[in-house]
Design a protein around this ligand. Structure first.
Ligand code: SAM
Length: 216
């Protein structure tokens, strides 16, 4: 059996035991196959918008003799029906804007019992802002370093309560800044904002607040 890298391991850790999982943008299907073979989940739908990633996902499932996995071709959560009884959804390895579009477009995500595990590769601040504005709550969030890069993943629930979270929350979310990986992640935001501030001074107040937070 293979091991997941630290990024996918972080996502796997946020999936509930016994879940019926939908992995959206599954590509090689490492995450659902690993969780099924470890007996952590009971069923998985591995879904992707492109046929060739789905083929490599099928090959992974076949190689490791994973059972209770279905493969579906299509965009976002359009491949999932309420009758599938999905309890947990992973959307990992895509940009934050695309992840937010997928979440907001689907009526299925407006279910208070659904555990959405979101792992943006870029623009996590846009994803968090859109979640807050549309009635989704971040229940927990963490960071991991994988192949020298720092990534974040969050467990999200629909509450229906729309919140103005403020710009610092968009960048820091529910990260625990006692964790070195979380500080590294926020420092990456700070570096990007410093570059932006050379042509756009409006980001300076936010930059100051973030620097103060990581120095505490
Ligand atoms: C970089 S891979 C990430 C694979 C895996 N989730 C991971 O985190 O390692 C992104 C995958 O998302 C798929 N994808 C892109 N847009 C999508 C969409 N709107 N709906 C479903 N899958 C999508 C791509 O075809 C690709 O296989």
């Amino acid at each position: 059996m293979f091991s997941l890298d630290e990024r996918l391991l972080m996502c796997a850790g946020l999936v509930r035991n016994g879940a019926r999982l939908a992995d959206i943008g599954t590509d090689h299907a490492y995450l659902p196959v690993k969780l099924l073979c470890d007996g952590r989940i009971s069923y998985a739908i591995a879904s992707d918008i492109n046929p060739s990633p789905l083929e490599s996902g099928r090959a992974t499932a076949e190689k490791y003799a994973a059972e209770n996995i279905e493969f579906r071709l299509g965009s976002g959560l359009e491949t999932i029906d309420a009758e599938d009884g999905i309890t947990d959804v992973v959307i990992a390895g895509m940009g934050g804007e695309l992840i937010s579009e997928i979440v907001l477009k689907s009526a299925l995500t407006k279910n208070k019992n659904l555990n959405l595990i979101l792992q943006p590769m870029t623009k996590s601040e846009v994803l968090i802002r859109k979640l807050c504005e549309n009635g989704y709550e971040i229940a927990s969030q963490q960071c991991a370093v994988s192949h020298g890069k720092c990534y974040t993943a969050m467990s999200v629930r629909y509450t229906g309560e729309k919140l103005e979270c403020g710009d610092v929350f968009h960048y820091v979310g529910r990260l625990d800044l006692h964790e070195p990986e979380s500080v590294r992640f926020v420092n990456n935001h700070i570096k990007n904002l410093e570059n932006r501030s050379r042509g756009d001074e409006s980001v300076l107040p936010l930059l100051g607040k973030l620097k103060k937070l990581v120095e505490q």
